[in-house]
Design a protein around this ligand. Structure first.
Ligand code: ATP
Ligand code: MG
Length: 284
């Protein structure tokens, strides 16, 4: 699943990323984004060529837009081998807060299902009568507990975040997540993209502060929709693996091993990821 990298020890692999530690150093991590694609919480047997590099480029592009938000990227990445450079980030190794900091500008996906059932998402009460894909009056913070590998993340109310990380850190997670989301939505909006939602992760800084870590505003962690299509009433025209999800739903019942993706689905998905990066970065 993960190749050996000279000078680094493999620590763990998530569904998409492989984690390495630089030999002889315990304060840093190498996050290597693979081309693996997951859907419905399983990794598919077919990679999407270039995906790891595109997600890494997206994270770096966004981090550069938030110079005032402390992040985990290290200044000196010269030790990263060329072979994995385009899909790697050398980061400060942090004690991660076990909270997925989800912000939603739109009610969709699992959030919409929870809203239908309870009238709220992660304990945040919402107006009645919202339809799937409706814009919320303002973005909301809907945290989830980051489950151990293999388990599903579970939406939690803000009080539970306070119990998990303490009051000051919980407040900081919420305020910073909302701030990053609002600013990112504005940047995306200027490029014809509607940022529907995103998931951020933070670590503890040591001095009580929080540090933005993991992937940031990538198409794996966020839903971007085409703003023109949305304005025309076509919702969910997205720049992520929706093509993969749709194909899987039509060709797989969710039991047993997932099937290989046809070349055409792979190519269209890769194009979609590429288009997002092009649209964001083109206006620079
Ligand atoms: P999934 O397979 O559902 O994506 P995952 O999110 O746990 O699971 P990956 O995203 O593939 O796995 O791997 C990245 C892991 O590295 C995450 O657990 C994330 O919390 C952790 N991580 C990211 N940045 C840092 C950091 N600076 N310090 C410590 N851990 C980090
Ligand atoms: Mg992850």
């Amino acid at each position: 699943m993960s190749a050996a990298i000279a000078g680094f020890a493999h620590l763990a692999s998530g569904k998409v990323r492989d984690l390495y530690a630089p030999e002889g150093r315990d304060d840093a991590l190498l996050l290597v984004a693979s081309d693996r694609v997951s859907a419905y919480d399983v990794v598919l047997p077919t990679p999407i060529p270039g995906k790891g590099a595109m997600l890494t480029a997206l994270t770096r592009w966004w981090l550069a837009r938030f110079p005032d938000v402390p992040n985990a990227l290290l200044d000196d990445e010269s030790s990263v081998p060329d072979a994995v450079r385009d899909r790697s980030m050398l980061v400060r190794r942090l004690d991660m807060h076990p909270v997925e900091c989800v912000v939603r500008g739109v009610v969709t996906g699992s959030g919409y299902a929870e809203y239908v059932e309870r009238g709220s998402i992660s304990g945040v009460r919402l107006p009645q009568g919202l339809q799937e894909g409706d814009l919320l009056p303002e973005p909301i913070f809907t945290p989830a507990f980051k489950a151990a590998q293999g388990d599903h993340d579970e939406n939690i109310a803000f009080d539970r975040v306070v119990e998990l990380v303490g009051g000051p850190a919980a407040e900081a997670l919420r305020a910073t997540s909302l701030d990053v989301f609002r600013r990112a939505a504005e940047v995306a909006g200027a490029r014809g993209l509607l940022l529907a939602d995103t998931k951020l992760e933070f670590g503890a800084a040591g001095d009580g502060g929080i540090v933005l870590a993991d992937e940031v505003l990538t198409s794996d962690s966020s839903r971007y929709w085409d703003a023109d299509a949305y304005a025309e009433g076509r919702r969910g025209v997205s720049f992520d693996k929706q093509i993969v999800r749709d194909w899987l739903r039509a060709h797989w019942d969710g039991t047993g091993a997932p099937p290989r993706l046809p070349d055409e689905v792979v190519a269209r998905t890769a194009d979609r990821y590429r288009e997002l990066l092009d649209r964001l970065a083109a206006a620079d």
